[in-house]
Design a protein around this ligand. Structure first.
Ligand code: GLC
Length: 555
């Protein structure tokens, strides 16, 4: 039997039309009343997730970690941090999720480890040029006594990407590379031990029954080992911009600068994923990996060819403005980019690194209306969607007092960048005051403070409100699976003589129309309304669509 998927097999895999729910464990739900989210909380939340209609969950890291970057600084990739539970809890989570028809995807962080990982501790205690240091990027500094960093690379979190170490004899010595925080040393992927260890990690979680992986910083593993100075070291730290139109010339230039550069998206990185794919295939054809790689659409297919991995996040959609023309461009480029390798496109409107979509699109009622409308665009597109916890509740970013901030981005940029805490606040489950049912410990000091005024945003409150964003998501997730046009119909844009409308067709009989205008419009197509994100009117003269509203029509 071939271990490759044909086009038609690929289009029948579970991930090709999945709704994947991203769980940020520390903020999802607390199951042991200590005030922090954990794996028991995820198990308790499974009935909710099943009722939402998701096909899979992706868990952000829950591995042992000093938590300098909320768990993306891993000190043991094959264990559970006691603050999140035990391996038994994880096994139970997988079992119970599977019983409910929900698959489980875990986060793999291959670019770096925590500074408290035994390998890094060993490296610090070993001489220059030792095998222990060769697992990382240790270099001598420049300048007379090596007092300057080896080159001008900058950390994505701000500041230099190099930190100097004290040698075991107490004197200043070499420098090590960290693309993120100084507590997250980058691994050297030219090193055989590093490769073997990652395969062991994949195998470990596959043996525990996971269905897939989300690959952190998937574009970064291979580096130019001549360590050249970069012409634009800032370009890389500014590559993740949520205020830049992804179709703009500036965005294109930034990303072009990263493609096959000294640090990112190098061709060699695909050799690593070929090894991973071969391993994953040996566990059957229904295991998948989705890569975090901010690459231009024309470089996306490299990550998802039949011998590399399976899905790539379509990040242009994560930053797309509420503009019908730009949305159309972004969607068509994303669909085209992966169709050459018959991989399903993916659509995410938010994640733990981005502002919440409501906030990004204008905040308040306006942002919420647009976020709901954008969701009905995303959910009707071909491919998979990724829903970040709380997005289905229409949450916006929370204003965090500076004294309560946790994100290393805030500290490393000396407060220049606020960081990502605003979208990471613990979820509101029930009740009318903090902690809103997130934890049973009512006097808990949460790791990030919840706001007042979330009483109507809780799952409990939205559950019984037919107009809530939660019930809009439930309806759209159910329809996108059950309606043949939405589930598998051909996708094509519909030409409309109004630049404020985005319209497309799914199959023979479903039409999706998004009105981005701040005013009502006559619908350019008629039909039975399957679902609407906002106000609509059905009168003698046909259908009218309210401002910032998307409708699904059966024609
Ligand atoms: C990825 C993660 C982000 C983390 C970074 C370093 O971009 O999504 O949260 O800070 O990698 O691991």
């Amino acid at each position: 039997m071939s271990d490759r998927l044909t086009d038609s097999e690929q289009s029948q895999t579970w991930w090709s039309r999945a709704a994947v729910y991203q769980i940020y464990p520390r903020s999802f739900r607390d199951g042991n009343a200590d005030g922090l989210g954990d794996l028991r909380g995820v198990i308790e939340g499974l009935p909710y997730l099943a009722s939402l209609g998701v096909d899979a969950v992706w868990l952000s890291p829950f591995y042992p970690s000093p938590q300098k970057d909320a768990g993306y600084d891993v000190s043991d990739p094959r264990a559970v941090d006691p603050m999140f539970g035990t391996l038994n809890d994880f096994a139970e989570l997988v079992e119970q999720a599977h019983e409910r028809g929900v698959r489980v995807i875990v986060d793999i962080v291959p670019n770096h480890v925590s500074a408290s990982h035994p390998w890094f501790v060993e490296a610090l205690n070993s001489p220059a040029d030792s095998q222990a240091r060769r697992r990382f990027h240790f270099l001598d500094g420049r300048g007379e006594s090596g007092e300057q960093p080896p080159n001008n690379w900058e950390s994505i979190f701000g500041g230099s990407a190099w930190t100097r170490v004290k040698e075991p004899n107490g004197s200043w010595g070499q420098w090590y590379l960290h693309l993120f925080d100084s507590t997250q040393p980058d691994l050297n992927w030219d090193n055989e031990e590093v490769r073997v260890d990652a395969l062991n990690t994949l195998r470990f979680w596959l043996e525990l029954g996971v269905d897939g992986f989300r690959v952190d910083v998937a574009l970064g593993l291979a580096k130019d080992m001549t360590y050249p100075d970069l012409i634009d070291p800032i370009g890389m730290s500014q590559s993740l911009r949520f205020d830049l139109d992804p179709t703009s010339e500036e965005a294109a230039q930034r990303r072009a600068g990263l493609a096959n550069s000294a640090l990112f998206d190098r061709d060699e990185v695909q050799d690593i994923y070929r090894e991973w794919r071969a391993l994953m295939n040996s566990y059957g054809n229904d295991k998948m990996a989705v890569v975090e790689a901010w690459v231009p659409p024309e470089r996306a297919s490299r990550y998802v060819s039949e011998d590399t991995l399976h899905q790539i996040f379509g990040f242009d959609f994560l930053v797309v403005p509420w503009d019908a023309q730009v949305m159309r461009d972004v969607i068509s480029r994303a669909v085209e980019a992966v169709s050459v390798v018959s991989a399903p496109p993916t659509w995410a409107m938010s994640n733990h690194d981005s502002p919440r979509v409501v906030t990004r699109l204008g905040d308040g009622d306006l942002g919420l209306a647009r976020a709901r409308a954008l969701a009905l665009v995303a959910h009707a597109l071909p491919g998979s969607i990724y829903v970040y916890q709380g997005e289905e509740l229409g949450l916006s970013d929370v204003e965090i007092p500076d004294s309560a901030r946790q994100d290393p981005v805030w500290f490393r940029s000396s407060g220049q960048q606020k960081g990502r805490d605003g979208g990471r606040v613990p979820l509101p489950w029930s009740g009318s005051v903090p902690p809103y049912g997130f934890t049973d410990r009512t006097d808990a000091q949460l790791w990030l403070p919840q706001p007042d005024g979330w009483a109507s945003a809780t799952i409990e409150a939205q559950d019984i409100d037919p107009m809530s964003t939660l019930n809009l998501y439930r309806a759209s997730l159910a329809l996108r699976k059950s309606h043949p046009g939405l589930a598998s119909g051909e996708f094509a844009f519909i030409e409309i003589d109004d630049p404020g409308l985005l319209a497309f067709q799914r199959g023979a009989d479903v039409v999706v129309i998004a009105n981005t205008h701040p005013h009502w419009v006559e619908s350019p197509r008629s039909g039975m309304v399957l679902l609407a994100s906002g106000p609509i009117e059905v009168g003698d003269n046909g259908l009218r669509i309210g401002p910032d509203t998307t409708v699904w029509l059966q024609t």
